[in-house]
Design a binder for this molecule. Structure first.
Ligand SMILES: Cc1cc2nc3c(=O)[nH]c(=O)nc-3n(C[C@H](O)[C@H](O)[C@H](O)COP(=O)(O)OP(=O)(O)OC[C@H]3O[C@@H](n4cnc5c(N)ncnc54)[C@H](O)[C@@H]3O)c2cc1C
Length: 447
Protein backbone atom coordinates (compact mmCIF):
# COMPACT_ATOMS: atom_id res chain seq x y z
CA UNK A 1 0.00 0.00 0.00
CA UNK A 2 1.43 3.38 -1.06
CA UNK A 3 -0.29 6.36 0.44
CA UNK A 4 0.01 10.12 0.04
CA UNK A 5 -0.40 11.97 3.36
CA UNK A 6 -1.78 15.36 2.35
CA UNK A 7 -1.21 17.84 5.19
CA UNK A 8 -3.41 20.93 4.89
CA UNK A 9 -4.76 22.53 8.03
CA UNK A 10 -3.28 19.92 10.37
CA UNK A 11 0.37 20.97 10.43
CA UNK A 12 1.48 18.81 13.35
CA UNK A 13 2.79 15.32 14.09
CA UNK A 14 1.02 14.79 17.43
CA UNK A 15 -2.64 13.68 17.51
CA UNK A 16 -2.44 13.32 13.73
CA UNK A 17 -5.03 11.16 11.99
CA UNK A 18 -2.84 10.91 8.91
CA UNK A 19 0.12 9.48 10.81
CA UNK A 20 -2.19 7.16 12.74
CA UNK A 21 -4.08 5.72 9.78
CA UNK A 22 -1.14 5.53 7.37
CA UNK A 23 -0.23 1.91 6.82
CA UNK A 24 3.06 1.32 5.10
CA UNK A 25 4.83 3.36 2.41
CA UNK A 26 4.03 7.03 2.59
CA UNK A 27 4.66 10.30 0.78
CA UNK A 28 3.83 13.21 3.12
CA UNK A 29 3.08 16.36 1.09
CA UNK A 30 1.99 19.97 1.46
CA UNK A 31 0.65 21.94 -1.51
CA UNK A 32 0.82 25.71 -1.66
CA UNK A 33 -2.39 25.96 -3.62
CA UNK A 34 -2.14 28.39 -6.55
CA UNK A 35 -5.92 28.77 -6.59
CA UNK A 36 -5.92 30.13 -3.03
CA UNK A 37 -2.66 32.07 -3.05
CA UNK A 38 -3.48 33.78 -6.34
CA UNK A 39 -6.23 35.86 -4.77
CA UNK A 40 -4.26 37.02 -1.71
CA UNK A 41 -2.29 40.27 -1.38
CA UNK A 42 1.54 39.99 -1.38
CA UNK A 43 1.72 41.14 2.22
CA UNK A 44 -0.72 38.54 3.58
CA UNK A 45 0.55 37.70 7.06
CA UNK A 46 -1.12 34.29 7.13
CA UNK A 47 1.02 33.05 4.24
CA UNK A 48 4.19 33.99 6.18
CA UNK A 49 2.82 32.07 9.16
CA UNK A 50 1.83 29.00 7.13
CA UNK A 51 5.17 29.04 5.32
CA UNK A 52 7.10 28.94 8.60
CA UNK A 53 4.75 26.28 9.98
CA UNK A 54 5.23 24.06 6.92
CA UNK A 55 9.02 24.27 7.27
CA UNK A 56 8.66 23.33 10.95
CA UNK A 57 6.43 20.40 10.07
CA UNK A 58 9.09 19.22 7.60
CA UNK A 59 11.68 19.30 10.39
CA UNK A 60 9.38 17.45 12.79
CA UNK A 61 8.65 14.77 10.20
CA UNK A 62 12.38 14.43 9.49
CA UNK A 63 13.03 13.86 13.18
CA UNK A 64 10.64 10.88 12.91
CA UNK A 65 12.50 9.46 9.92
CA UNK A 66 9.95 10.86 7.48
CA UNK A 67 9.96 14.05 5.36
CA UNK A 68 7.66 16.48 3.56
CA UNK A 69 7.52 17.15 -0.18
CA UNK A 70 6.42 20.72 -0.83
CA UNK A 71 4.57 21.70 -4.01
CA UNK A 72 3.49 25.02 -5.44
CA UNK A 73 0.73 24.13 -7.88
CA UNK A 74 -2.97 23.46 -8.27
CA UNK A 75 -3.87 20.32 -6.27
CA UNK A 76 -5.44 18.65 -9.32
CA UNK A 77 -2.14 18.91 -11.24
CA UNK A 78 -0.20 17.46 -8.31
CA UNK A 79 -2.50 14.44 -8.06
CA UNK A 80 -2.67 13.91 -11.81
CA UNK A 81 1.11 13.52 -11.71
CA UNK A 82 1.18 11.28 -8.65
CA UNK A 83 -1.94 9.17 -9.13
CA UNK A 84 -0.29 6.33 -11.07
CA UNK A 85 2.25 5.64 -8.33
CA UNK A 86 -0.06 5.67 -5.30
CA UNK A 87 -3.13 3.84 -4.05
CA UNK A 88 -4.83 6.60 -2.08
CA UNK A 89 -4.60 9.98 -0.37
CA UNK A 90 -5.23 10.52 3.35
CA UNK A 91 -6.23 13.99 4.51
CA UNK A 92 -8.08 15.78 7.24
CA UNK A 93 -11.65 16.75 6.36
CA UNK A 94 -12.19 20.40 5.50
CA UNK A 95 -15.73 21.80 5.45
CA UNK A 96 -14.93 25.03 3.56
CA UNK A 97 -16.99 25.33 0.38
CA UNK A 98 -13.85 25.65 -1.79
CA UNK A 99 -12.27 22.66 0.00
CA UNK A 100 -15.35 20.47 -0.53
CA UNK A 101 -15.38 21.21 -4.26
CA UNK A 102 -11.59 20.71 -4.57
CA UNK A 103 -11.65 17.40 -2.69
CA UNK A 104 -14.52 16.07 -4.79
CA UNK A 105 -12.49 16.78 -7.91
CA UNK A 106 -9.34 15.19 -6.48
CA UNK A 107 -11.40 12.12 -5.65
CA UNK A 108 -12.11 11.64 -9.36
CA UNK A 109 -8.36 11.21 -9.90
CA UNK A 110 -7.34 9.13 -6.86
CA UNK A 111 -9.24 7.70 -3.84
CA UNK A 112 -9.33 10.23 -0.98
CA UNK A 113 -9.84 9.22 2.64
CA UNK A 114 -10.90 12.07 4.92
CA UNK A 115 -10.49 12.03 8.69
CA UNK A 116 -11.99 14.27 11.31
CA UNK A 117 -8.81 15.88 12.51
CA UNK A 118 -9.40 19.62 12.86
CA UNK A 119 -12.35 19.50 15.25
CA UNK A 120 -13.22 17.38 18.26
CA UNK A 121 -16.67 16.47 16.99
CA UNK A 122 -17.77 14.86 13.81
CA UNK A 123 -20.65 17.20 12.81
CA UNK A 124 -22.49 14.26 11.26
CA UNK A 125 -23.10 12.99 14.77
CA UNK A 126 -24.73 14.59 17.85
CA UNK A 127 -28.17 15.22 16.41
CA UNK A 128 -31.32 15.90 18.46
CA UNK A 129 -33.56 12.95 19.33
CA UNK A 130 -35.73 13.78 16.31
CA UNK A 131 -32.70 13.38 14.04
CA UNK A 132 -32.35 17.07 13.21
CA UNK A 133 -29.33 19.22 14.10
CA UNK A 134 -29.25 21.52 17.11
CA UNK A 135 -29.57 25.21 16.37
CA UNK A 136 -29.06 26.57 19.87
CA UNK A 137 -25.71 26.36 21.64
CA UNK A 138 -26.74 25.54 25.25
CA UNK A 139 -28.78 22.37 24.53
CA UNK A 140 -26.13 21.33 22.01
CA UNK A 141 -23.42 21.75 24.64
CA UNK A 142 -25.46 20.00 27.33
CA UNK A 143 -26.04 17.06 25.03
CA UNK A 144 -22.26 16.62 24.83
CA UNK A 145 -21.76 16.28 28.58
CA UNK A 146 -20.21 12.81 28.27
CA UNK A 147 -17.49 14.35 26.15
CA UNK A 148 -17.14 17.73 27.85
CA UNK A 149 -17.06 16.21 31.35
CA UNK A 150 -14.55 13.50 30.42
CA UNK A 151 -11.05 13.87 31.76
CA UNK A 152 -9.52 12.88 28.46
CA UNK A 153 -10.48 12.45 24.82
CA UNK A 154 -8.51 9.78 23.04
CA UNK A 155 -5.87 11.15 20.70
CA UNK A 156 -4.56 9.58 17.50
CA UNK A 157 -1.47 7.43 18.01
CA UNK A 158 1.23 7.57 15.37
CA UNK A 159 2.03 4.43 13.41
CA UNK A 160 5.75 4.13 14.08
CA UNK A 161 6.42 1.66 11.28
CA UNK A 162 5.94 3.93 8.30
CA UNK A 163 8.39 3.80 5.39
CA UNK A 164 9.16 6.93 3.46
CA UNK A 165 8.69 6.70 -0.31
CA UNK A 166 11.74 7.81 -2.34
CA UNK A 167 11.05 11.29 -3.73
CA UNK A 168 12.71 14.66 -4.36
CA UNK A 169 12.20 16.11 -0.87
CA UNK A 170 14.93 18.71 -1.40
CA UNK A 171 12.94 20.73 -3.91
CA UNK A 172 12.47 24.06 -2.22
CA UNK A 173 10.14 26.92 -2.97
CA UNK A 174 10.83 30.26 -1.30
CA UNK A 175 8.16 32.61 0.01
CA UNK A 176 9.17 35.08 -2.70
CA UNK A 177 8.67 32.41 -5.38
CA UNK A 178 5.16 31.94 -4.02
CA UNK A 179 4.68 35.67 -4.70
CA UNK A 180 4.75 36.91 -1.09
CA UNK A 181 6.90 39.17 1.04
CA UNK A 182 7.95 37.96 4.46
CA UNK A 183 5.83 39.71 7.09
CA UNK A 184 6.61 40.48 10.67
CA UNK A 185 4.20 38.53 12.86
CA UNK A 186 3.05 39.18 16.43
CA UNK A 187 5.64 37.63 18.79
CA UNK A 188 3.25 35.03 20.26
CA UNK A 189 2.95 33.42 16.85
CA UNK A 190 6.63 32.44 16.99
CA UNK A 191 5.90 30.41 20.12
CA UNK A 192 5.15 26.75 20.13
CA UNK A 193 1.41 26.13 20.67
CA UNK A 194 1.98 23.96 23.75
CA UNK A 195 4.20 26.62 25.32
CA UNK A 196 1.50 29.22 24.66
CA UNK A 197 -1.06 26.95 26.29
CA UNK A 198 1.22 26.42 29.30
CA UNK A 199 1.52 30.20 29.75
CA UNK A 200 -2.24 30.55 29.50
CA UNK A 201 -2.86 27.84 32.11
CA UNK A 202 -1.30 30.08 34.75
CA UNK A 203 -4.13 32.56 34.21
CA UNK A 204 -7.00 30.28 33.23
CA UNK A 205 -8.60 30.75 36.67
CA UNK A 206 -9.20 34.43 35.86
CA UNK A 207 -10.25 33.79 32.25
CA UNK A 208 -13.97 34.18 32.81
CA UNK A 209 -13.54 37.50 34.62
CA UNK A 210 -10.76 39.04 32.53
CA UNK A 211 -11.46 37.78 29.03
CA UNK A 212 -13.52 40.81 28.02
CA UNK A 213 -10.94 43.44 28.93
CA UNK A 214 -9.07 43.91 25.73
CA UNK A 215 -6.09 45.69 27.25
CA UNK A 216 -5.40 42.64 29.46
CA UNK A 217 -3.60 39.64 27.99
CA UNK A 218 -6.17 37.23 29.45
CA UNK A 219 -7.05 34.81 26.65
CA UNK A 220 -5.15 31.86 25.22
CA UNK A 221 -4.25 33.43 21.83
CA UNK A 222 -4.47 29.92 20.39
CA UNK A 223 -6.93 30.60 17.57
CA UNK A 224 -4.28 30.93 14.84
CA UNK A 225 -2.46 27.76 15.93
CA UNK A 226 -5.80 25.99 16.03
CA UNK A 227 -6.76 27.28 12.60
CA UNK A 228 -3.71 25.72 10.99
CA UNK A 229 -3.70 22.67 13.23
CA UNK A 230 -0.38 23.28 14.99
CA UNK A 231 -2.20 21.94 17.99
CA UNK A 232 -5.49 20.04 17.94
CA UNK A 233 -8.56 21.08 19.92
CA UNK A 234 -8.42 17.61 21.51
CA UNK A 235 -4.87 18.21 22.72
CA UNK A 236 -5.90 21.57 24.22
CA UNK A 237 -8.86 19.91 25.94
CA UNK A 238 -6.67 17.14 27.40
CA UNK A 239 -3.87 19.42 28.57
CA UNK A 240 -6.37 21.77 30.23
CA UNK A 241 -8.12 18.86 31.95
CA UNK A 242 -4.81 17.41 33.12
CA UNK A 243 -3.71 20.73 34.63
CA UNK A 244 -4.31 21.30 38.29
CA UNK A 245 -6.30 24.44 37.66
CA UNK A 246 -9.83 24.65 39.05
CA UNK A 247 -11.62 27.05 36.84
CA UNK A 248 -11.39 25.75 33.31
CA UNK A 249 -15.07 25.05 32.56
CA UNK A 250 -15.70 28.39 30.93
CA UNK A 251 -12.69 28.02 28.66
CA UNK A 252 -13.73 24.50 27.61
CA UNK A 253 -17.15 25.92 26.74
CA UNK A 254 -15.51 28.47 24.44
CA UNK A 255 -13.64 25.71 22.65
CA UNK A 256 -17.01 24.15 21.92
CA UNK A 257 -18.33 27.38 20.37
CA UNK A 258 -15.77 26.66 17.67
CA UNK A 259 -17.26 23.15 17.36
CA UNK A 260 -20.80 24.56 17.32
CA UNK A 261 -20.14 26.97 14.46
CA UNK A 262 -18.45 24.22 12.45
CA UNK A 263 -21.48 22.00 13.12
CA UNK A 264 -23.87 24.76 12.02
CA UNK A 265 -22.00 25.47 8.79
CA UNK A 266 -21.83 21.75 8.04
CA UNK A 267 -25.59 21.26 8.49
CA UNK A 268 -26.63 24.62 7.05
CA UNK A 269 -24.10 25.40 4.29
CA UNK A 270 -26.37 28.13 2.91
CA UNK A 271 -25.74 30.16 6.05
CA UNK A 272 -22.53 31.20 4.33
CA UNK A 273 -24.58 33.33 1.95
CA UNK A 274 -28.00 33.79 3.55
CA UNK A 275 -29.45 34.97 6.83
CA UNK A 276 -29.71 31.80 8.89
CA UNK A 277 -33.09 32.84 10.37
CA UNK A 278 -34.49 33.60 6.91
CA UNK A 279 -35.39 37.24 7.53
CA UNK A 280 -34.96 39.68 4.66
CA UNK A 281 -33.34 43.00 5.38
CA UNK A 282 -32.89 46.01 3.13
CA UNK A 283 -29.38 46.86 4.21
CA UNK A 284 -27.76 50.26 3.83
CA UNK A 285 -25.82 50.21 0.53
CA UNK A 286 -23.79 53.36 1.26
CA UNK A 287 -20.23 52.45 0.20
CA UNK A 288 -18.68 55.39 2.04
CA UNK A 289 -19.98 54.19 5.45
CA UNK A 290 -18.48 50.74 4.88
CA UNK A 291 -15.17 52.20 3.67
CA UNK A 292 -14.88 54.37 6.77
CA UNK A 293 -15.57 51.38 9.00
CA UNK A 294 -12.88 49.35 7.20
CA UNK A 295 -10.33 52.12 7.47
CA UNK A 296 -11.11 53.03 11.07
CA UNK A 297 -12.34 56.50 10.22
CA UNK A 298 -15.81 56.44 11.75
CA UNK A 299 -15.19 59.11 14.38
CA UNK A 300 -15.97 56.60 17.16
CA UNK A 301 -12.63 56.05 18.97
CA UNK A 302 -13.11 52.43 20.03
CA UNK A 303 -14.31 51.36 16.56
CA UNK A 304 -11.48 53.22 14.84
CA UNK A 305 -8.81 51.85 17.18
CA UNK A 306 -10.09 48.27 16.75
CA UNK A 307 -10.15 48.50 12.94
CA UNK A 308 -6.76 50.23 12.65
CA UNK A 309 -5.30 47.55 14.90
CA UNK A 310 -6.85 44.80 12.76
CA UNK A 311 -5.52 46.35 9.55
CA UNK A 312 -2.05 46.63 11.01
CA UNK A 313 -1.71 43.33 12.89
CA UNK A 314 -4.38 40.90 11.67
CA UNK A 315 -5.62 40.61 15.24
CA UNK A 316 -8.73 41.67 17.11
CA UNK A 317 -9.89 40.79 20.59
CA UNK A 318 -13.20 38.90 20.79
CA UNK A 319 -15.02 41.72 22.63
CA UNK A 320 -13.83 44.21 20.01
CA UNK A 321 -15.02 41.91 17.24
CA UNK A 322 -18.45 41.94 18.86
CA UNK A 323 -18.43 45.74 19.19
CA UNK A 324 -17.32 46.52 15.63
CA UNK A 325 -19.69 43.89 14.19
CA UNK A 326 -22.63 45.35 16.11
CA UNK A 327 -21.66 48.85 15.00
CA UNK A 328 -21.46 47.82 11.33
CA UNK A 329 -24.66 45.78 11.20
CA UNK A 330 -26.84 47.75 13.60
CA UNK A 331 -25.63 51.37 13.73
CA UNK A 332 -24.44 51.59 10.12
CA UNK A 333 -26.97 48.96 9.08
CA UNK A 334 -24.54 47.39 6.59
CA UNK A 335 -24.94 43.74 5.54
CA UNK A 336 -23.00 41.35 7.83
CA UNK A 337 -21.65 39.58 4.72
CA UNK A 338 -19.53 42.62 3.90
CA UNK A 339 -18.03 42.64 7.38
CA UNK A 340 -17.51 38.88 7.25
CA UNK A 341 -15.68 39.20 3.94
CA UNK A 342 -13.48 41.97 5.27
CA UNK A 343 -12.56 39.96 8.37
CA UNK A 344 -11.80 36.96 6.11
CA UNK A 345 -9.25 39.10 4.30
CA UNK A 346 -7.61 40.47 7.41
CA UNK A 347 -7.89 38.08 10.37
CA UNK A 348 -4.87 35.91 11.08
CA UNK A 349 -7.17 33.35 12.67
CA UNK A 350 -9.81 33.51 9.94
CA UNK A 351 -11.94 30.39 10.11
CA UNK A 352 -14.98 30.37 7.79
CA UNK A 353 -17.32 28.63 10.23
CA UNK A 354 -16.48 30.75 13.30
CA UNK A 355 -16.43 33.95 11.30
CA UNK A 356 -19.74 33.36 9.53
CA UNK A 357 -21.40 32.11 12.71
CA UNK A 358 -20.15 35.03 14.78
CA UNK A 359 -21.10 37.64 12.20
CA UNK A 360 -24.60 36.19 11.92
CA UNK A 361 -24.73 36.18 15.73
CA UNK A 362 -23.80 39.87 15.91
CA UNK A 363 -26.26 40.79 13.16
CA UNK A 364 -29.10 38.93 14.93
CA UNK A 365 -29.64 36.81 11.81
CA UNK A 366 -27.85 33.66 12.93
CA UNK A 367 -28.19 30.47 14.95
CA UNK A 368 -28.66 31.33 18.62
CA UNK A 369 -28.01 34.97 17.68
CA UNK A 370 -28.02 38.11 19.79
CA UNK A 371 -31.61 39.44 20.04
CA UNK A 372 -32.17 42.16 17.41
CA UNK A 373 -32.84 44.79 20.07
CA UNK A 374 -29.43 44.18 21.63
CA UNK A 375 -27.30 46.91 20.12
CA UNK A 376 -23.96 47.57 21.75
CA UNK A 377 -23.38 51.22 22.54
CA UNK A 378 -19.70 51.59 21.56
CA UNK A 379 -19.16 54.40 24.08
CA UNK A 380 -20.56 52.35 26.96
CA UNK A 381 -18.47 49.41 25.83
CA UNK A 382 -15.24 51.39 25.77
CA UNK A 383 -15.93 52.97 29.16
CA UNK A 384 -16.57 49.50 30.57
CA UNK A 385 -13.75 47.55 28.98
CA UNK A 386 -11.13 50.24 28.27
CA UNK A 387 -11.88 52.79 30.99
CA UNK A 388 -8.44 54.40 30.94
CA UNK A 389 -8.25 54.27 27.17
CA UNK A 390 -5.13 52.10 27.29
CA UNK A 391 -6.06 50.16 24.17
CA UNK A 392 -7.23 53.20 22.21
CA UNK A 393 -4.07 55.13 23.08
CA UNK A 394 -1.82 52.20 22.22
CA UNK A 395 -3.27 52.18 18.69
CA UNK A 396 -3.98 55.87 17.94
CA UNK A 397 -0.78 57.56 19.05
CA UNK A 398 -2.15 61.08 18.37
CA UNK A 399 -4.60 60.50 21.21
CA UNK A 400 -1.94 59.59 23.77
CA UNK A 401 -2.34 62.80 25.76
CA UNK A 402 -6.15 62.85 25.69
CA UNK A 403 -8.21 62.60 28.87
CA UNK A 404 -9.68 59.06 28.45
CA UNK A 405 -13.13 60.24 29.56
CA UNK A 406 -13.47 61.92 26.15
CA UNK A 407 -13.25 58.54 24.41
CA UNK A 408 -16.44 57.40 26.03
CA UNK A 409 -18.67 60.39 25.20
CA UNK A 410 -20.21 60.72 21.75
CA UNK A 411 -18.38 63.35 19.67
CA UNK A 412 -16.49 64.71 22.69
CA UNK A 413 -13.23 64.57 20.73
CA UNK A 414 -14.48 66.15 17.52
CA UNK A 415 -16.12 69.05 19.35
CA UNK A 416 -12.90 69.78 21.23
CA UNK A 417 -10.84 72.37 19.32
CA UNK A 418 -7.56 70.89 20.53
CA UNK A 419 -8.06 67.60 18.75
CA UNK A 420 -8.30 67.03 15.05
CA UNK A 421 -10.71 64.09 15.29
CA UNK A 422 -13.61 63.54 12.86
CA UNK A 423 -17.27 63.78 13.91
CA UNK A 424 -18.96 60.38 14.23
CA UNK A 425 -20.49 59.25 10.91
CA UNK A 426 -23.62 58.10 12.67
CA UNK A 427 -25.79 59.19 15.61
CA UNK A 428 -25.79 56.27 18.06
CA UNK A 429 -29.26 56.69 19.48
CA UNK A 430 -31.02 57.40 16.15
CA UNK A 431 -29.23 54.59 14.35
CA UNK A 432 -30.05 52.17 17.15
CA UNK A 433 -33.73 53.09 16.83
CA UNK A 434 -33.61 52.66 13.03
CA UNK A 435 -32.01 49.23 13.34
CA UNK A 436 -34.54 47.98 15.90
CA UNK A 437 -37.50 49.19 13.80
CA UNK A 438 -36.11 47.62 10.63
CA UNK A 439 -35.31 44.31 12.31
CA UNK A 440 -38.73 44.18 13.93
CA UNK A 441 -40.41 44.81 10.57
CA UNK A 442 -38.28 42.15 8.87
CA UNK A 443 -39.11 39.64 11.62
CA UNK A 444 -42.85 40.40 11.45
CA UNK A 445 -42.82 39.98 7.67
CA UNK A 446 -41.12 36.61 8.09
CA UNK A 447 -43.79 35.26 10.45
C1 LIG B 1 -17.52 38.97 14.47
C2 LIG B 1 -16.64 37.85 14.97
C3 LIG B 1 -15.82 37.15 14.06
C4 LIG B 1 -15.03 36.09 14.54
N1 LIG B 1 -14.23 35.42 13.62
C5 LIG B 1 -13.45 34.37 14.04
C6 LIG B 1 -12.62 33.68 13.12
O1 LIG B 1 -12.58 33.95 11.91
N2 LIG B 1 -11.84 32.69 13.62
C7 LIG B 1 -11.84 32.34 14.94
O2 LIG B 1 -11.10 31.42 15.34
N3 LIG B 1 -12.65 32.96 15.82
C8 LIG B 1 -13.45 33.98 15.41
N4 LIG B 1 -14.22 34.64 16.33
C9 LIG B 1 -14.29 34.14 17.72
C10 LIG B 1 -13.27 34.75 18.70
O3 LIG B 1 -13.26 36.15 18.59
C11 LIG B 1 -11.85 34.23 18.52
O4 LIG B 1 -11.86 32.82 18.47
C12 LIG B 1 -10.98 34.64 19.72
O5 LIG B 1 -10.94 36.04 19.82
C13 LIG B 1 -9.56 34.11 19.53
O6 LIG B 1 -8.73 34.50 20.59
P1 LIG B 1 -8.16 33.42 21.62
O7 LIG B 1 -7.58 32.29 20.88
O8 LIG B 1 -7.30 34.16 22.57
O9 LIG B 1 -9.50 32.95 22.29
P2 LIG B 1 -9.86 32.27 23.74
O10 LIG B 1 -10.73 33.21 24.41
O11 LIG B 1 -8.56 31.91 24.42
O12 LIG B 1 -10.66 31.00 23.34
C14 LIG B 1 -10.03 29.74 23.05
C15 LIG B 1 -10.49 29.22 21.72
O13 LIG B 1 -11.90 28.98 21.74
C16 LIG B 1 -12.46 29.29 20.46
N5 LIG B 1 -13.42 30.39 20.62
C17 LIG B 1 -13.46 31.30 21.61
N6 LIG B 1 -14.52 32.12 21.45
C18 LIG B 1 -15.14 31.71 20.32
C19 LIG B 1 -16.30 32.14 19.63
N7 LIG B 1 -17.05 33.16 20.06
N8 LIG B 1 -16.64 31.50 18.50
C20 LIG B 1 -15.91 30.47 18.04
N9 LIG B 1 -14.81 30.00 18.67
C21 LIG B 1 -14.43 30.62 19.79
C22 LIG B 1 -11.31 29.74 19.57
O14 LIG B 1 -10.86 28.65 18.83
C23 LIG B 1 -10.26 30.19 20.59
O15 LIG B 1 -8.95 30.11 20.10
C24 LIG B 1 -15.04 35.72 15.89
C25 LIG B 1 -15.86 36.43 16.79
C26 LIG B 1 -16.63 37.49 16.33
C27 LIG B 1 -17.51 38.23 17.31
Amino acid sequence: MRQILWFRRDLRVSDSALLAYAENEVLPIFIFDKNILGSLPKDDKRVSFIYESVLNLKKELQSLGLDLAIFYDEPLNVFKNLANDFDEVLCSVDFDSYAIKRDNEVEKIIPLKRFNDSFILNPNEHLKSDGTPYKVFTPFYKSLHLITQASNIEEYKRNENLKLVKFDYEKFVSLEELGFQKQELPSFLYKDAKKLLKEFLSKIDEYQVNRDFFYIDATSKLSVHLRFGLISAKEIFNIVKRSNMNDYEFFIRELFWREFYNYILFHFPNSQKENFNGIEIKWNQNKEDFKKWCEGKTGVPIIDAAMIHLNKTGRMHNRLRMIVASFLTKNLFVDWKKGEKYFALKLLDYEASSNIGSWQWAASTGADAAPYFRVFNPYTQSSKFDKDGLFIKSVIKELEEVNPKLFHIENALSSNLFYNYPKAIVDISLSRKRAIENFKRAKDENL
